[in-house]
Structure formats: C-alpha cells, structure tokens
Design a protein around this ligand. Structure first.
Ligand code: PHE
Length: 369
C-alpha cells in the first residue's frame, strides 16, 4: 500500500515551493488533477479487499482536504505578495504636474472674488449671498430709496414684468427696456442693481454684531467700454455698538494695501452721496497716469475704486436694527475694476466674451496660490 505520509510530504513540498500562481496550479494538478497522484490512488480503491477499502478511502479523502487547504493558503500568500509588488511598482507620484492636456483655468473674476473674500475673512467677515432677481423693496425701498426717490434714476434698472414669477418678463430682447417703472404701476421685481440688498437681507436675518461680505453679480442697463450690463460687486457690512468711520477707513486701507500688495498705497476718502449711507464717501487710490498708462501706488493722480459710508439710521430702522444702539458701516466695490487694475486688463468688455485666447492669457492655474 502506498505510503500516504510520503505522498503527502511530496505534494506539500511541491505546493510550498510554488512562487507564483502558475507553479501552484502545476503542483495542484500533479496532486489533485484528474491524472494526479492522489486522484490515482482513489482509482485503486476498487482493487482493495472489502475491509481495507473503507478505511483507506477515508485516509485519502483526509489527505485531499489537507492538500486543498495547503493550496488555498499558498494561493493567498502568493496573491498578497503580488499585490505588495504591484503597489510598490504602481505607486502614484502626486507631486507630478497634471497632464498637459488639462488646460482649464480660473477666470480672473473668480480669482479676484476669492482673493477679496480671503482677505476679509482674515478680518472676521462672513460671506453671504442674495438672489439676482431681487425684490424692488430690498433693492431700493429698504435702502432709503422710496419709489419716487430721484436716486433710483442713477441706477439704470432692469425691471421685471409681472408679479411674482419675474423671470419670464426680463424687459425686451435687447435689454434696452424702459429703465423706469410707470409710476402708477410699480413693478416689484428687478435684476439687482447692486449688492446692497444683501445688507438688508443680512440684517433681517441675524441680530448684530454683524460682519458680512457679499460678492456677486449685479445688472444695469448700460454698455460701453467702461460699463457692462452685468458685472460684479463685493459688498461689506459691519454693524455693532461702537462702530465709527475710523473703523471703516482702517478696514478699507488694510484691505487695499494687502490686495495690491502695496504697503504704501495712498487712499483718499472723498465726500459723496448714497441714499443708504450718511456720511458717504468714495475711495480713491493713488496712481500715476503721466506716461499715458496707469500705475498704481505711484504718482499724484487718483483713481476711484469704491463707495462706502456709515449705514443710514433709516436703513437700520427699516431692517429692524435699533439706530439708537447700533451703528454700522458699509462699502461696495467693483470686482472687474479691481481685477483690471491688479492684472493689467485694459478693456472691461473682454471679461465676458469667452474668448479662449483671452482666457488662456489672463486665466489662473487652479493650483496657483
Ligand atoms: N451700492 C453702491 C453702488 O452700487 C455702493 C455702496 C455700497 C456705497 C455700500 C455705499 C455703501 O454704487
């Protein structure tokens, strides 16, 4: 009778010696395959005497089970080793550049808004947003511009026809629709002409103290080399119990100098008028136009960059804030202008032409800091 323990160590040796799955398969077939050694033994059972057949059969089956276990263990070991080798070989180098065909870029407006938000975030401002289709009452009335207020005419408003639904009545096809609502039939929705209604929304929503920054699109019925019917503003609002003009000046000076990376940038606060602030000012930064171009930070000229002021007590009151207890300041700046100045983009209209060459030239890499 074949010595089962010799056969076992023979087969086990072949299994253990296999270093890859192909060799393991050869060892498996040699032992358990149709013509394998163990399978061959099973075939001899029929020739054995009755008494031995049963016992020998059981021992062969045990051997078969043991070998199958050994094979499974060996297979697992080989697969683990293969995986380790693959992981070591296929390791991704995350420091490599992105594929050259990935040439998407950030639009300068996106980039500039992110820069502005980052700087004000460092001063504790929280970003807020409002809708483009705005209630006439929030775009004007709450901001101290009742329906007959002459300041409404300063902003070339797109009025939306129809109550409530708004969207289907966006003026005429050309966008050159009647800039004023008929007095007897005031239309309640407009495309917001500035980001200032977000001030109103912020005050209606939360109690002071408030430090809010609201970037976004605004719309005016106006288009030439320096005006686009859609452009971007960033609005700032601070409301607290001891807020004064000095805070406004300091905040804007810190921001402008950081944004232009120019610690010596000169700022001038020039008295102005906005219905929703009192006193109001426009801010100019120092520049030089002497050689026909425009250089920030040098020279004796001035360039207007934003409007600001102390929030008018009537506006606080309209928004449920007690003007006897709280004061606030607000400012609004044009994003396109700040982007043009910092990145030397000469024409406002090119921003929204979606010209790929322009985007490649002025766009920013997504990975830029
Ligand atoms: N909303 C004003 C504009 O669009 C700018 C502004 C904002 C002025 C806040 C003062 C305070 O011209």
């Amino acid at each position: 009778m074949t010595d089962l323990s010799t056969l076992k160590s023979e087969c086990a040796g072949a299994i253990e010696a296999a270093t890859d799955l192909a060799a393991l398969e050869v060892a498996r077939v040699a032992a358990l395959g149709k013509k394998g050694k163990v399978t061959g033994l099973l075939k001899t059972l029929g020739g054995l005497p009755e008494g031995e057949r049963r016992e020998f059969g059981a021992r062969i089956n045990t051997l078969k089970d043991e070998l199958e276990e050994l094979i499974a263990a060996r297979r697992a070991a080989i697969e683990a080793k293969d995986l380790d080798a693959r992981l070591a070989f296929e390791r991704a180098d995350v420091t490599l550049s992105p594929r050259p065909e990935q040439t998407g870029a950030l639009h300068p407006i996106t980039r500039t808004i992110a820069e502005i938000c980052n700087l004000f975030a460092q001063m504790g401002f929280k970003v807020a947003e409002g809708p483009h289709i705005e209630d006439d009452a929030l775009n004007f009335t709450a901001l101290n511009m009742p329906p007959d207020h002459p300041a409404r005419q300063m902003q070339d408003t797109f009025y939306l026809e129809g109550m409530g639904s708004g969207v289907e009545g966006m003026g005429s096809e050309t966008g050159q629709s009647d800039p004023e609502p008929p007095a007897q039939n005031p239309k309640p929705y407009v495309l917001r002409t500035h980001t200032s209604p977000v001030q109103v929304r912020a005050m209606l929503k939360e109690k002071p103290p408030l430090r809010v920054l609201a970037p976004g699109r605004v719309f005016r019925c106006d288009s030439d080399q320096t005006h686009a019917p859609m452009f971007h503003q960033v609005e700032g609002l601070v409301v607290d119990e001891a807020t004064h003009m000095g805070h406004l000046k300091g905040t804007l000076a810190d921001f402008m100098r950081a944004y232009f990376n120019a610690p010596n940038l000169k700022l001038r606060f020039r008295p102005s008028y906005f219905p929703f602030t009192e006193p109001s000012a426009e801010v100019d930064i120092g520049c030089d136009r002497s050689d026909g171009g425009l250089k920030i930070c040098e020279g004796e000229d001035w360039l207007e960059v934003l409007g600001c002021g102390m929030v008018h007590p009537k506006v606080l009151q309209n928004c449920g804030v007690d003007p006897a207890r709280y004061q606030g300041y607000a400012f609004g700046m044009g994003v396109e202008r700040l982007a043009m100045l910092k990145y030397g983009i000469p024409d406002l209209r090119t921003f929204f032409e979606a010209d790929l060459r322009w985007l490649r030239h002025y766009g920013f890499s997504v990975l830029d800091q």
